[in-house]
Design a protein around this ligand. Structure first.
Ligand SMILES: C[S@@+](CC[C@H](N)C(=O)[O-])C[C@H]1O[C@@H](n2cnc3c(N)ncnc32)[C@H](O)[C@@H]1O
Length: 359
């Protein structure tokens, strides 16, 4: 620590104020998550100028809890309060950010990450001290949330905007080709493609039993007979020139052995095949992420989920913020010497890497 005479007190005061705001925002996020999960925010969007009793009655909740929660919402600038009538109001402009009216961008829904990651914090802290990591099985709600969010986004973008990034692949999918999706989760991507391209054949691999069971059940319910799901560690696949298209949505950075997997995917792809890898748009260099609008959010999520699930498997802990430069280098090392990075309008936070090999 530097001597007190060298300390700039105005920097201390400014930073202290900033940290106070951070602490308030963290707990306000927790309250927003409760507002999302109990339906309170949706209820308030329907009511205007209501008392805490009217709000709690409408939401079917206990008034004493609701009143305290409203205190957090009012002092946090989310809800307005009229002291004379003791009524609360969620301005329509705020409802457009914090309720289903915001669609996929409902920020109250994302506030759930705070309690979800808070629940694994003791286990992650233990890994800071003792190494190792926290297994996927510790994150059921977190994985479900991302499956839902990714799924809803892909409902309107996959066939409409993502596949057309590869016009030749679109053409081939219509004709009939073999497609593999790795880290397929509950199979949403493949079910959308299997329905859109009935002449093609789709295979999905994932490590987690429950995800594969859910994927099979949903495909069966939709009557899809051109999609097949298998519980499989993609590190162990030993397939050669089998697929025309391989996709990996939000999956590579979590892997225990990403370099080995990219090599085996390169082998599993036909000579003229395409690998589509969808992953977070960021730089591999911390100093270039200073202006990223979700910097602390993404590094924290990465530390408390992506890095730790990989380290738990004895992996390298690449993390969600592995970034573009590292991704390009690893794709090249796996033999993909023609890689382009594309973006789509409705998904500003992801890069779409379209990787091929020269033939
Ligand atoms: C963040 S999720 C993405 C799921 C899905 N692709 C999506 O976009 O919603 C990453 C997925 O990779 C799977 N995964 C991780 N390591 C794997 C491995 N070695 N083999 C197969 N799947 C794996 C996880 O089980 C998880 O379902």
């Amino acid at each position: 620590m530097r001597n007190a005479a060298e300390i700039n007190q105005s920097i201390v005061d400014g930073f202290s104020e900033k940290m106070l705001g951070t602490l308030n925002s963290a707990l306000l996020s927790l309250s927003l998550s409760i507002g999302y999960r109990t339906g309170l925010l949706e209820t308030m969007a329907r009511l205007s100028d209501a008392t805490s009793s009217e709000i709690s009655d409408a939401a079917g909740l206990h008034e004493r809890y609701v009143r305290e929660w409203l205190g957090a919402m009012v002092t946090g600038g989310v809800v307005t309060y009229a002291a004379t009538s003791k009524t609360y109001h969620l301005p329509p402009e705020h409802a457009l950010v914090l309720t289903s009216a915001a669609g996929l961008n409902n920020m109250a829904r994302f506030a759930q990450l705070v309690p979800q990651l808070g629940a694994v914090a003791p286990a992650v802290e233990n890994s800071f001290k003792n190494g190792g990591g926290v297994p996927y099985s510790a994150y059921p709600e977190f994985m479900q949330l991302w499956a839902e969010v990714n799924g809803e986004r892909l409902d309107t973008t996959l066939i409409q905007s993502v596949v057309p990034l590869m016009p030749d692949v679109l053409h081939a999918l219509n004709r009939g080709i073999d497609v593999l999706d790795v880290g397929c989760g509950d199979g949403h991507v493949l079910r959308l493609m299997a329905r859109a391209f009935p002449a093609s054949r789709f295979t999905g691999y994932d490590l987690v039993d429950d995800s594969i069971e859910a994927a099979r059940e949903k495909a069966q319910r939709q009557g899809l007979d051109n999609v097949y799901f298998k519980n499989c560690n993609i590190l162990q696949i030993n397939e050669h020139e089998k697929y025309d298209l391989i996709t990996a949505f939000d999956a590579v950075h979590d892997l225990a052995a990403p370099a080995e997997v990219l090599n085996s995917l390169s082998r599993a792809l036909k000579e003229t095949g395409t690998f589509l890898m969808v992953d977070l748009a960021a730089s591999s260099n911390l100093e270039e992420n200073m202006e990223h609008p979700l910097g602390p959010w993404l590094y924290t999520s990465s530390c408390m989920h992506c890095v730790t699930v990989s380290l738990e498997q004895g992996g390298e802990g690449l993390g969600a913020m592995w970034g573009e430069q590292k991704a390009m280098a690893m794709l090249e090392a796996a033999g993909f010497d023609q890689v382009s990075i594309k973006r789509i309008k409705d998904d500003p936070f992801n890069n779409y890497y379209i990787a091929r090999r020269s033939v």
